[in-house]
Design a binder for this molecule. Sequence first.
Ligand code: DUC
Ligand code: ZN
Ligand code: ZN
Length: 455
Amino acid sequence: MDLIIKNGTIITATDTYKADIGVKDGKIMTIGMDIQDDSAKVVDASDKYVLPGAIDAHTHLEMPFGGTTSADSYESGTRAAACGGVTTVFDFVIQRKGQGLIEAVEGRKELCEPQACVDYAFHTAITDLTPKVLDEFQKSVDYGVPSFKLFMVYKKEGLMVNDGVLLTALKKSKEVGALIAVHAENPDLIDIRIEEYLAVGKTSAWYHYLSREEFIEAEAIKRAIHWAKSVNAPLYIVHLACKEGLDEVTKARDEGYKIYAETCPQYLYFTKEVYKREDGRNWVCSPPIKGKESQEALWSGIKRGDISVVATDHCPFQSYEKDWGKDDFTKIPNGCMGIENLYPYLLSEANKGRISLNKVVEVCSTNVAKIFGCSPQKGAISVGSDADIVVYDPNKEFVITKDNMHSDVDYTIWEGVRLRGYPVMTFLRGNLVYDNGKFVGKPGQGQFIKCYGQK
Ligand code: DUC
Ligand code: ZN
Ligand code: ZN
């Protein structure tokens, strides 16, 4: 054996128990009491929890967007991921007009491969659904990229698709076992509101929130669910941030439809009040962070199981880029950071008693692998799974600050947030990549993870 993690308390999505883990050739080879092998490196995890690495289902690394490119490269973003206990990221490939799906994925794969510090998979955001692209759905599923995102907004940016395209994609996805994901907000209402606010000089970040408040997101969620139900296709709603939208998800799930919802840590910790701050632009993302009532509903949705995944929508910009929108909220590049905060924040909340540690593993790791087709290779502490393992110290106090983060961004929205407990080691396929505050992995170490389609 190459590695034995001894005396830890293993936390899976369903179980909590004390055992050793033996690792060979990057895989979990055995789980049991008192595993011995003199040739193996031994890590003592007494008084620690041992968890599967988190899988961030939603990242935008070095993505051209908002007149610039998101500020974490594949290298810095995945370095930060490793230091926050994330061992696989699902990054978004944007299909440009006229581009084939495989062509789009291969372009990004080439960019990511030499830089990736953790494993990676892709979703493709489709912006131009030609008959040829529709024909390529099956090929993409076979290639290992069986999930496609459609933007119901970002008309001016050329990303938006209409309801007809959404329905066409849903129908085809069912045929080939793909999964359609949506960014759900109502674009027409947003545009009208933006125009009205700017016309009367209402230009601060607060008006970003007001132009896209709760019901604007909820309407689009309701519409997307309606179309998915009409063809009985599964649907994944990315970054769901409002109570009314979640109520629609709950209703559809209660009726037996496969509707999955994802929310993000920024919606669970902050409220819309951040947009009243002088530096409120730093929290500008879409959909915006909502009010307390929505926040509480999101936590309840996690507990009930109507929110299946918590992922980051990690899409940071440098503060000088956020400053472009100081006097006009429409010029603020949309996006927040969170890749290094996802697992530590949720585990800290569990440590404080808000939810169980098992629930955190479920929504940050196991469910992601199951929904997007890389289970049981990922998302599990089980024999035969990749040895993507986080050792977590529940007694370590940690205060987030820009200087103890590992991304390339010059600020963090999480500045000053106090956490109870923190990851102390991250293993990627048995290799130590994070050790007590330090990144110890290598760019290029991450591998492409081929996902399977819906079963
Ligand atoms: N929302 C953001 O805030 N940033 C990236 C893309 C998105 O949908
Ligand atoms: Zn989005
Ligand atoms: Zn996104």
